[in-house]
Design a protein around this ligand. Structure first.
Ligand code: DQA
Length: 156
């Protein structure tokens, strides 16, 4: 009888870490609110955490709502989960909510600042209903906590 071919589990799809408008300005932009770390620092920290967790990550940032929608649509096939800091689009974008719902992937919403301690227009997130969880106010550590949460969810 022919030996059964050894089956390896399919390689897990990478997690997409997606950043919205003005997050490319991290480090320079209102450091008293957002800190001094740059988006490149966040990417480096995410890649190190992902390696520790045995996850692959892809990193993207756009200032354009439609580009973010395109990336979320592509994630449906390409990615296993999403960490999203949608910046100001958090508080305005039905399109991002719809894209996240259509992606049918576990998504963790991250905010560097505690949006509930700030102006009232920041208290409302349009995208939270599509998220498995929300992390706000813990600075860049929030991204790492989001990766930890997804690693756990995806291993189930
Ligand atoms: C933010 C909070 C938003 O209200 C703001 O528009 C941002 C950044 C945060 O990470 O704290 O651009 O998402």
């Amino acid at each position: 009888m022919a030996a059964k071919a050894a089956r390896r589990p399919p390689a897990a799809k990478p997690v997409l870490v997606l950043n919205g408008p003005n997050l490319n300005m991290l480090g320079k932009r209102q450091p008293e609110i957002y800190g001094r770390e740059t988006l490149a620092d966040v990417e480096t920290a995410c890649r190190a955490e992902a390696e520790r967790l045995g996850l692959e990550v892809e990193f993207a940032q756009s200032n354009h709502e439609g580009v973010l929608v395109d990336l979320i649509q592509a994630a449906r096939e390409k990615n296993g989960g999403i960490v999203i800091n949608a910046g100001a689009y958090t508080h305005t974008s039905v399109a991002l909510l719809d894209a996240l719902n259509a992606a049918e992937l576990p998504a963790v919403e991250v905010h560097l600042s505690n949006i509930y301690k700030r102006e009232s227009f920041r208290h409302r997130s349009y995208i939270s209903p599509a998220a498995v969880g929300v992390i706000a106010g813990l600075g860049t550590q929030g991204y790492l906590l989001a990766l930890q949460a997804l690693a756990r969810l995806l291993s189930r």
